[in-house]
Design a protein around this ligand. Structure first.
Ligand code: PMP
Length: 384
């Protein structure tokens, strides 16, 4: 069962195949993916380079334990370390975003010798006992208490409250550079820099959860690069394997040296790392982060013109866009799917989130704007 239940009770869509930003049902109906793949397919569906790499790998060697060197893992590792910000020179593969944050919090504790974790209100970091403890929503946590202990929440975006919370008992400050599940919340200018200064002064690990913001989506490979801030630990997953399940944790040397270790049987398996290598090299070589920046600007400008006063705010960076609605986001997402063949996800009660594959072009963006206009602002003149 999914948390995104806006479609339940409606006629099932039954997606059979995908190509680029399009998804198709068995009867050939086409849907525009404006977030249905949840930031997991930055290169679009069935990208030929990824498909080819995965098919070859699965045919040659599907699995061997990570104690034994395998070319696809080594290539993916090198591509990942090259693509992460300078200073993050070691990495671990794992199987999901949740696990990457779980590992990040463990690493921060082992490297600092401290236990306190500072997380933000409206954060989402995952559903295991540690990552869930650092996640804000009570609804997710209450049935499972007690979770991992010693987590303190501070209001997201408030530098003063963060300064009050960071002390010499603190192991980590964990933040999303832009909050995803919490409603596409962009922090005030200077917030991430302040977090960097405070954690540097106190010897605390600064963890950026880039599970939703990373892999080129915000116009840079990582959202923290837009703010010019490098964390001690960066976590990634979702788009890392263009739809195959894999996560990673990239760290500075002092974290790696602090007895950090994390592993699981399937971590960095040959097939998923073949996907990672193909995804990162294609993203970088074909300049998709810059394309995401340009398309994000285009889409935001067009959306402002088409939706205007019918929405409260349009915010985000690149192709991570939140539309703060004047009514429920579930209803809007359902109407988009059923009436306009556009698939997007809510992020909270009143925010519709757009997370199209980065390969979206202007005509596809225009179609998305027209669909949103038809659902959100049907009584006003279309601008686009
Ligand atoms: N962190 C963030 C910022 C996320 O958006 C998500 C997933 N929505 C996660 C962690 C958890 O990732 P996964 O579902 O791959 O475990």
């Amino acid at each position: 069962m999914s948390d995104h239940d806006f479609i339940s009770g409606s006629k099932p869509i039954g997606i059979e195949r995908g190509e680029g930003v399009s998804l198709y049902t068995a009867d050939g109906t086409e849907y525009l993916d404006a977030g249905a793949s949840y930031a997991c397919t930055p290169l679009g569906h069935s990208h030929p380079v990824v498909v080819d790499a995965v098919q070859k790998q699965v045919a040659n060697l599907t699995f061997v334990d990570s104690s034994f060197p395998v070319e696809s893992r080594e290539d993916a590792y090198a591509a990942l370390v090259a693509a992460t910000p300078d200073g993050l020179d070691s990495a671990w593969f794992c199987n999901s975003g949740t696990e990457s944050n779980e590992a990040a919090l463990k690493f921060a504790r082992s490297a600092t010798g401290n236990s306190k974790i500072i997380a933000a209100t409206r954060s989402f970091h995952g559903r295991t006992m540690g990552s869930l403890a650092a996640t804000w929503k009570d609804k997710y946590k209450a049935p499972y208490e007690p979770l991992a202990g010693d987590v303190e929440f501070v209001p997201y975006g408030d530098s003063d409250e963060l300064a009050d919370a960071v002390d010499d008992e603190t192991a980590a400050v964990i933040l999303e550079p832009i909050q995803g599940e919490g409603g596409i919340n962009v922090p005030p200018a200077g917030y991430l820099e302040t977090a960097r200064e405070l954690t540097d002064e106190a010897g605390v690990a600064l963890v950026f959860d880039e599970v939703q913001t990373g892999m080129g989506r915000t116009g840079s490979m990582w959202a923290c690069q837009n703010a010019g801030v490098t964390p001690d630990v960066l976590t990634t997953a979702k788009g890392l394997g263009n739809g195959l399940p894999i996560g990673a944790v990239a760290v500075r040397d002092w974290i790696a040296d602090g007895a950090a270790s994390h592993n699981a049987t399937f971590s960095g398996g040959p097939v998923v790392t073949a996907a990672v290598h193909a995804t990162i090299t294609t993203l970088v070589e074909e300049g998709y982060p810059a394309h995401a920046a340009a398309m994000g600007d285009y889409l935001t400008t067009e959306l402002e013109a088409a939706l205007g006063d019918e929405v409260r705010e349009i915010r985000g960076e690149g192709l991570l866009i939140g539309i703060e609605l004047k009514r429920g986001a579930n209803r809007v997402a359902r109407d988009l799917a059923m009436n306009e063949q556009v698939l997007a996800l809510p992020a909270g009660r009143t925010v519709l989130r757009l997370l199209s594959p980065l390969v979206i072009d202007e005509s596809e963006a225009d179609r998305l704007v027209d669909a949103l206009h038809a659902v959100i602002a049907p009584d006003t003149d279309a601008e686009s």
